[in-house]
Design a protein around this ligand. Structure first.
Ligand code: SF4
Ligand code: SF4
Length: 201
């Protein structure tokens, strides 16, 4: 049983963006996007004025990027966790799993799911590993967020909290509190200041 972390809450606001890392990263040997283009569809990409859930205008699904040499930095720098983590096997390749995992800058995990397969992450092949990750991260006050279009599901070790569609200008806050002398985690939607609406804090 994990102890509850000292941190009392965390705020998630970056559900629309293809967040990139500040560290220079390289795929592990043998890993390449290949036929996968899931991150050219699911997230919003500000520099391309691409909305969430729509294919990028430069994407030729199955064939690649028609603007590869001129693709923006957000595309050049983005690597999903399948490219980086040897612990995620071939079955976690995003075009096979129908979702991709991405480590957030605050150390949490975002799982961006293809709305065409909204329950893909609940498949028995993946779900236990996702719950295990939720328990491991919660020790440090971090969370796993599942993003299905605008819908956000917070994965806690003991349950999943479906927040429904999160409107623009709002974030999801997780927090711990006491119920009958027992600490439990929950989540709520909050309106946020503009300064944090485009990022995760
Ligand atoms: S989701 Fe991952 S594997 Fe798929 S195209 Fe994007 S970076 Fe490559
Ligand atoms: S510019 Fe190319 S790499 Fe970037 S989202 Fe569009 S198709 Fe994908």
């Amino acid at each position: 049983m994990h102890a509850f972390p000292a941190a009392s809450d965390a705020l998630f606001c970056g559900m629309n963006d293809r967040e990139t890392s500040t560290a220079i990263q390289q795929p592990i040997p043998g890993r390449a996007c290949g036929s996968c283009m899931l991150c050219c569809k699911l997230p919003a990409i500000a520099s391309l004025d691409k909305p969430m859930g729509k294919w990028c205008l430069h994407a030729a699904p199955g064939a690649g990027c028609a603007s590869y040499e001129k693709r923006p930095g957000e595309c050049r720098e983005f690597l999903c966790d399948w490219l980086l983590d040897p612990g995620l096997g071939p079955d976690w390749k995003p075009d096979r799993a129908k979702f991709y995992v991405h480590s957030a800058q605050n150390g949490g995990l975002n799982i961006m799911v293809d709305p065409g397969s909204p329950a893909a992450w609940r498949d028995a092949h993946y779900y236990p590993a996702i719950k295990t990750a939720a328990a491991r991260l919660l020790v440090d006050g971090r969370n796993v967020f599942v993003l299905i279009g605008r819908r956000v599901v917070v994965v806690f070790p003991d349950r999943d909290v479906d927040m429904g569609a999160v409107p623009d200008g709002h974030c999801v806050r997780t927090f711990s509190h006491s119920v009958n002398g027992r600490m439990v985690w929950d989540a709520r939607i909050e309106r946020t200041a503009p300064s944090v609406q485009n990022g995760e804090v």
